[in-house]
Ligand binder design. Sequence first.
Ligand SMILES: [Zn+2]
Length: 255
Amino acid sequence: MLRRIGIVTLVAVLLAPLQFACASSDAALDSYLQHIAASLPEKVAATLKEIDGTPRRLLAARAYLRAGDELRSRWSWSTDDIQAHARSPEYRALLEETERVRARFEAQNPGYTLYANTEARSLELQVTRFNSNKSVAKVAASLHQQALAEIGKPGYGSPERAASVQRFKQFLTEWRPPTAAPLAAPGISRHGQLRAIDFQIMKGKAIVAPTETATVKRNWDTPGWTKKLQTAMAGSNFRGPLESPYEPWHYEYDP
Ligand SMILES: [Zn+2]
């Protein structure tokens, strides 16, 4: 018993400096993130603050840096903006276009129908989903690990040095994920301005092909729904589906 406690204590003592090193490196990454946030539009910086944990914040910051000048024009609507848009002629046109696609799909696939989510995804909802999605966590962890290695490279000074921040920004912008995250960073989802619609295949009240990445082959590709939905889209203002991440249900809309 005593020996066991001895080993546990020894391991704890040995690991303590390591934990301290991790904590202080995260503090350095957070400091880089703060400098990056200061260079972003105010509402973007405010959203970055609402993202949980350094790894996810790194992933979002990367997306914001890559969006560059498009950040302002692409920025998602708030719940109030969405309600105002719901009264616009543009929204009516989108509903009509969706209706035409649905009618075509039903004529081509008797017994089945198409469900379209024609609600914009608010900024608030995007933050909640980004903070809780497990696949996002995985991609973020991979970036986090490489970001720690990056700032440990020789030549990196303190995060207070402009040259170090510049170099770290470049690293983030150029970083490529092993697989694309299944959600866009909060604020820049195409769903946030209703520039994208997700469709599902239904039979009566049952969902035959849901918007679910894990079952995409089984529910979309193998039964042929990917192709059939594409066929129904022909001649419409919808473009797609999304290639990366692969989402055969996701179509972009150009009014
Ligand atoms: Zn989508």
